[in-house]
Design a protein around this ligand. Structure first.
Ligand SMILES: Cc1ncc(COP(=O)(O)O)c(C=O)c1O
Length: 394
């Protein structure tokens, strides 16, 4: 381990916001604490004031979220466990044997694995390779891959390996022109880049609540547009239409069986309010300044291989890099144990992206700063990396 005494930083540094954001705004902690203490009933399951208060909290969050993504109706916002849950609900609820799907090559396992399972059940899949290592799939290639059986185009908004953002508006226009369903995995962009489901022709939008929207773990969202009807993955109690044995058809109940993560949704609503108060532009500007700071600093350290510090591309604040003389996993352990810096290393659940980048199978070291990181923390992190490089396999 390197000697850390030269550059002390008195607190832990969290640079893994692409996995889940931390810390949360103070108002998120307060909303969850307040919810559990004073409103913790079960929404829709009773007429008493605690159940009503819980229901109001959930519906307020739903309405805010609907406005946030410009959903035409609040009930089209479905609360899920996380982005993976939302993606599974959309993909498995929509696709039938014989359907054809077009997807990009940078996908996260949360898209890749459900699609693989569906493939085993007779769904046909075209995985489009990007034309460059930037990973952006060409709109022309998408259009050329459409067949008579194509039902869905599903793409990653921003890669969780490189941070590069894809032009979803262009893909959505193609999907609409060909009357196809368009689904977007916005795990890395929601809360950081405005997403307008109507303007971008998005029929299914899946994202985490616990990353850019500052909600707690156990929160996610699926927007279901009015052009699609999904088979629910789960049937059960919804607190509504209790007289019928079949799952209700009305939204959001059709897709929200069982007791909701009400406390989490209270936190998610508070996270969203925080973004609206601070302003998404301001949050993004701060994160982009940290991203450029990292790019500048890392590109000055000899022995660092930096992937895609390309200012010509649109990025979220994610940096992937490697050290010439050290495996990513080892470097991550040193950053944690010797410098108290939390980063992610390896394949980041997106092996195909690493094959395109040339970093398979070891992956990369990923730094994902968030709104609460400071320029001083980035400086300390850069110094730590420089020292690891200088001292070699310490
Ligand atoms: C692009 C992408 N899709 C999906 C997911 C899965 O998100 P969740 O952990 O909320 O299920 C992630 C998580 O890192 C991701 O980066």
């Amino acid at each position: 381990m390197p000697n850390t005494s030269e550059h002390e930083c008195d607190a832990m540094i969290y640079l893994d916001n692409a996995a889940t954001s931390w810390p949360k705004p103070e108002s998120v902690y307060q909303a969850m604490d307040d919810f559990l203490r004073t409103k913790g009933g079960n929404p829709g399951r009773g007429i008493h004031s605690m159940a009503v208060a819980a229901g109001e909290t959930v519906e307020e969050a739903r309405l805010l979220m609907a406005r946030f993504i410009n959903a035409p109706e609040a009930q089209r916002v479905i609360f899920t466990l996380n982005c993976t849950d939302a993606l599974n609900m959309g993909l498995k609820g929509l696709l039938k044997p014989g359907d054809h799907v077009i997807t990009d090559g940078m996908g996260h396992n949360s898209v890749v694995r459900p699609l693989r399972k569906l493939e085993q059940r007779g769904v046909k899949i075209s995985r489009l390779l990007p034309r460059s290592e930037a990973g952006v799939v060409s709109a022309q290639d998408i259009e050329a891959a459409i067949t008579a059986d194509t039902r869905l185009i599903v793409v990653t908004h921003a890669s969780n390996v490189t941070g590069v953002i894809q032009p979803i508006e262009n893909y959505g226009a193609i999907a609409r022109r060909h009357n196809l369903v368009f689904m977007v995995d916005a795990a890395q962009t929601a809360g950081k880049h405005s997403i307008d489901v109507q303007a971008s022709n998005i029929d299914l939008l899946a994202f985490s609540g616990h990353k850019g929207v500052f909600g707690p773990p156990g929160t996610g969202v699926l927007y279901v547009g009015d052009r699609v009807e999904l088979d629910p993955l789960r049937d059960g109690g919804t607190g509504s239409h209790s007289e019928q044995e079949e799952q209700p058809s009305s939204l959001p109940y059709r897709y929200e069986s069982g007791t909701l993560n009400t406390c989490g949704i209270a936190g998610l609503g508070a996270g969203l309010k925080y973004i609206l108060q601070e302003g998404m532009e301001r949050i993004r500007a701060h994160e982009q300044s940290l991203l450029e700071h990292l790019w500048d600093g890392l590109s000055r350290i000899g022995g660092v291989i930096l992937y895609l510090p390309d200012r010509g591309l649109k990025h979220v604040a994610i940096v992937s890099f490697n050290l010439e003389r050290q495996e990513p996993g080892e470097a991550g352990i040193i950053l944690d144990q010797a410098f108290d810096i939390k980063v992610r290393t390896g394949l980041h659940c997106a092996p195909a992206a690493h094959k395109i980048l040339g970093t398979y199978p070891l992956g990369t070291i990923r730094l994902s700063p968030g709104y609460f990181n400071t320029a001083e923390e980035i400086d300390f992190c850069l110094q730590a990396i420089e020292r690891i490089v200088r001292q070699g396999n310490v």
